[in-house]
Design a protein around this ligand. Structure first.
Ligand code: NDP
Length: 497
């Protein structure tokens, strides 16, 4: 396990010598330590990224040349899938099969952006039509420069891949700050990238706390672009840092995503997708469908079926076979989620099942929690809980369902279920969210855009939209006519009469 900072191709201690404990959320034991970077370390990392960018060792390569290294990174991840998945479980708590998906998806992300990197070469050679045929105009895409990427703890390596793969494909250099809560696999990515042939200084990885490492990164004058995933509060703070130097910015800030289930739905299917939508990854998912609106004709039946299935979920250490729900990531998230469950009870919502899971005797376990009859103005209906807690509410008409679904400051994702295709399409268009799932919840594809409306963020990750986040668009216009342009002469003639 790596513990030092990865700066300019070397593993170095934090200048202050500070270290942070890594805690296994299932056992509450300290299992490792990582360096605690501060402003001086961040400055060294940004300087390394800036020198690498200016030297053109990466930004000056063709897309095809960069694609070779990106594919090497992908295969480097694939070769270490099991080891990386186990590190993820140790750090984050998620069940091992889910950790394996994350690692496979991270590798797929590098493969995908290798392909888009190659396509960039051809794109830059195309002319566009302009209104005066004496001029020829070409549009080229260029890397935005030095990127500061800050990522959360819920999908540690995958969130790193979502930012590192497109940024590198674009030709940027970067400083990545993972959450100090789950930095182990991001550090291994530094090792994998170096062995894959990435030049020194192109990817720098610094671990540390938000205020002492994240904040100086967002404020550093040599950072051209900030890419962030996390809470609205921190996102807003980062936007303020970016404003000072007018830094390019993209934000993915979570949500309180609705799932609208109409009365003609198959109840078994609905229950299965609701369970997946809120209980996978312990509900620590930005797109978790945590507000479920159910047509009143099937409401009570669905609540009863959901309770039955939720009570069957095996809770335990993510390393153990058959476990479907691991511990929450750390004590502070555990306290936050239990606090919000207590708030829900105080607010008068019906607690169907769930709360703290204390059978194991240690670890940050919360049982699958279902609240029914939740008031639309309550805290638990409006606030992102980021845990295995689902809120249900009945509705009696399509327009009421859409109104309730859209009544949120967030707009990341939404889901609708019905056997009536036309109704699904209508509702999908009416929902104010960047991602809408019909008859399912949560499928995510590297080819398709990911991001939200309203307070869920700015910009889109993944697909070609994700690559554009890291590209500047430049027009190059040439005057192709040998005759005089004539504009000045014509103005002079007009003025003299
Ligand atoms: P944060 O938004 O605070 O953390 C996300 C990342 O930002 C981490 O790397 C964090 O570092 C860093 N960070 C924190 N403060 C600053 C700062 N001032 N400047 C720059 N970077 C900073 O989320 P939390 O971990 O505190 O989780 C709180 C809540 O946020 C959750 O309960 C959930 O509701 C939401 N969340 C949403 C996520 C999403 O996917 N949209 C992901 C994670 C959380 P550090 O870890 O050291 O604090």
């Amino acid at each position: 396990m790596k513990s030092e900072l990865f700066i300019n191709g070397a593993w170095v201690a934090a200048q202050s010598g500070g270290m942070i404990d890594v805690i296994d959320p299932a056992s509450e034991q300290v299992v490792h330590q990582i360096a605690s970077a501060e402003a001086a370390d961040i400055d060294a990392a940004v300087k390394a990224a800036k020198s690498a960018f200016d030297a053109g060792t990466w930004s000056g390569m063709t897309g095809a040349e960069r694609a070779i290294v990106l594919r090497n990174i992908a295969t480097g991840i694939e070769a270490r899938t099991e080891e990386l998945a186990r590190l993820e479980v140790l750090d984050n708590g998620k069940p091992l099969p889910e950790a394996r998906w994350d690692i496979e998806d991270a590798a797929a992300c590098f493969h995908f952006y290798a392909g888009l990197s190659e396509e960039l070469d051809a794109e830059g050679a195309q002319n566009i039509t302009v209104s005066d045929d004496r001029f020829t105009t070409r549009v080229v895409k260029e890397p935005v420069g030095v990127v500061g990427a800050i990522i959360p703890w819920n999908f540690p390596l995958l969130m790193a891949a979502w930012k590192v793969a497109p940024a590198l494909a674009a030709g940027c250099t970067m400083v990545l700050k993972p959450s100090e809560v789950t930095a182990l696999t991001a550090l291994e990515l530094g090792d994998i990238a170096q062995k894959a042939g990435l030049p020194d200084g192109v990817l720098n990885i610094v671990t540390g706390f938000g205020p002492s490492a994240g904040q100086p990164l967002t404020e550093h004058p040599d950072i051209d672009k900030l890419a962030f995933t996390g809470s609205v509060t921190t996102g807003s703070r980062i936007m303020q840092s970016a404003a000072k130097d007018i830094k390019n910015l993209s934000l993915e800030l979570g949500g309180k995503s609705p799932f609208v289930v109409f009365g003609d739905s198959d109840i078994e299917q609905a229950v299965e997708w609701i369970m997946f939508g809120i209980f996978w990854n312990q509900g620590e998912v930005c797109s978790a469908t945590s507000r479920v609106l159910v047509e009143d004709t099937i409401y009570e039946k669905l609540v009863a079926r959901l309770e039955l299935e939720a009570r069957k979920i095996t809770i335990g250490d993510g390393m153990d076979e058959g476990v479907l729900l691991g511990p929450l990531v750390n004590k502070s998230q555990y306290d936050k989620v239990l606090g919000l469950i207590a708030t829900g009870v105080e607010e008068g919502a019906r607690l169907v099942c769930g709360g703290a899971h204390t059978d194991i005797g240690k670890g940050y376990f919360v049982a699958p929690t279902i609240f029914a009859d939740v008031d639309e103005n309550s805290v638990i209906w409006q606030e992102e809980i980021f845990g295995p807690v689902v809120c249900l509410k009945p509705f009696s008409s399509e327009s009421e369902a859409v109104r309730l679904a859209n009544d949120s400051e967030y707009g990341l994702a939404a889901a609708v279920m019905s056997k009536d295709d036309a109704r699904c399409e209508r509702v999908a268009h009416a929902l104010r969210a960047g991602i809408v799932w019909i008859n399912c919840s949560q499928p995510t594809f590297v080819e398709a855009p990911w991001g939200g409306y309203k307070k869920s963020g700015i910009g889109r990750e993944l697909g070609k939209w994700g690559l554009n986040n890291y590209l500047e668009t430049k027009q190059i216009t040439r005057f192709d006519d040998n005759s005089p342009w004539g504009w000045y002469l014509k103005q002079a003639e007009d003025q003299t009469g």
